[in-house]
Design a protein. Structure first.
Length: 183
């Protein structure tokens, strides 16, 4: 780690410990997630795989032959993002799109042998990042953290179901902001 990178890291850690010791959980979770994503992204890049593609590959390794909509839902991203990623992943030789006999409306996404082989190289990278993140943390604390985060995810999922409000896209929010500015 370079000196400037180390000092940047120390500033961030000092910020969390001293400046905002009682900050909201959402901020801590966001920063932890960013750090995890960054650590994994750096490792994936060495294998010419983007983090966005990793997200889809993980879903497809569990079971391919999904429609674009199913893949979007399982990866937790919008369909246009999935469409763009799938096109690129197809060009890279990781996936193919096929229609099933008798169903010409839907297109299904399948891993290629090359896409399947990536699992052997990439999963250990994610496991390494998890090990690094949990260094010095007692196993029982890791278990408690997992349980707490899963409970929070469930609570927020239930809240989303109850409110039944769809998440607006960035484009929709920008349009609403422009309308408000005109008033």
């Amino acid at each position: 780690m370079t000196i400037s990178r180390r000092s940047e890291t120390e500033r961030m850690l000092q910020h969390w410990r001293e400046a905002v010791p009682n900050d909201r959980l959402a901020h801590l979770v966001r920063d932890a997630a960013r750090a995890l994503v960054r650590a994994l992204s750096v490792r994936l890049a060495e294998h010419h795989v983007s983090f966005g593609h990793w997200s889809f590959l993980r879903v497809l390794w569990e079971g391919d032959g999904l429609t674009q909509r199913e893949l979007s839902e399982r990866a937790g991203v919008m369909e246009p993002t999935t469409f763009s990623a799938i096109r690129t992943m197809e060009r890279l030789g990781y996936v193919v799109r096929r229609q099933r006999h008798g169903d010409r409306k839907k297109v299904y996404i399948y891993l290629t042998p090359r896409g399947r082989l990536l699992k052997e190289r990439l999963v250990p990278l994610a496991e390494e990042v998890n090990r690094i993140a949990a260094m010095g943390v007692a196993p029982e604390h890791v278990a408690i953290t997992r349980a707490v985060l899963l409970a929070m995810i469930e609570n927020l999922a239930r809240d989303a179901d109850v409110s039944a409000k769809p998440m607006p896209s960035t484009r929709v929010i920008a349009r609403l902001a422009r309308r408000r500015e005109r008033r």
